[in-house]
Design a protein around this ligand. Sequence first.
Ligand code: BTN
Length: 339
Amino acid sequence: MTRDDVLRLLWENGDGYVSGAELARRLGISRTAVWKAVDRLRQDGWQVESGTNRGYRLLSGGDDLTEAGVRRYLRREGLELRVFPEIGSTNTALKELASRGAPEGLVLLAERQTEGRGRLGRSFFSPPGSGLYLSLLLRPNAPASAVTGLTAAAAVAVAETLEELGARDASIKWVNDVYVNGRKVCGILNEAALDLESGTLSYVVVGIGVNVRAPEGDFPPELQGIAGAAFGTESVPELHCRLAAGILDRLLDFYGKLTEKPFYESYVNRSLVLGQPLNILAPGRDPVPCTGMAIQPDFALLVRLEDGSLRRLDSGEVSVRVRSAPEPETGAVDTAGRA
Ligand code: BTN
């Protein structure tokens, strides 16, 4: 698409100008077509400076989350996207809409949440300008057992999209926290309502929060060393829109194949817990030390307790225990704590 080709060339050119003639030559199009593409970019929120005899250069823009921007990268049709600069919680708002009959495929996306919610009743830090917060409404019309794996599917969808856009080695800590560079960059909260008469799910809301860039003023003290950003300062045009589109496309592909689970291998290969010393965490209980042994076909985690017995975890939370470093020999260089 000409608009995207012009954007790519302007982007690659950084702060400098590129002449309309040069853009036209490199893309094999007319100067009028270049001018039209620049006009489209401006309509999409990009600031493109034009100087007589100098050509064009990008000033800013494009990191905004807009419906048109997400649609530009979305393969799938038929989703209803509603984008908010600010919202309490995309999950809370979508659950409300779901209970009033909203259809499958409604997606709420926000650039900031004032009451972002996490698992186990925690809050989810959702500051402006650095993250992507989205919730997708599904109506599986099936018992809860039919959507086993949806949580894992969401984590793989996020991890694969992050890598496609340039993040390095996105891993998954059971059940569905996505990590980059040893820091949690994405949390996922799935919420469902059950129709007690039929025993089927009325709806499922898949809520995904990604720390795309480091927030202004950094993460709050309680998240220091735990939360991180998926991307540094590298520039990726329209990153938030591409991320949203990539995550939705993948997740919906996986959702259509929940029985085959084509994401199982990717999930296992990205696992941060297999072979690792772990603690099983439960509110109000002492951590239970164990070792991560296997991810079952239904994404339950099999762990070995210290008495040698195996335990299957269907849900809950584990933390990875930091192995105590061996005593350094005299004269040896202590590299503990360095990558
Ligand atoms: C967790 O790590 O505890 C899960 C965090 C889930 C956060 C997302 S952001 C979009 C959606 N709206 C919410 O209020 N929560 C989820």
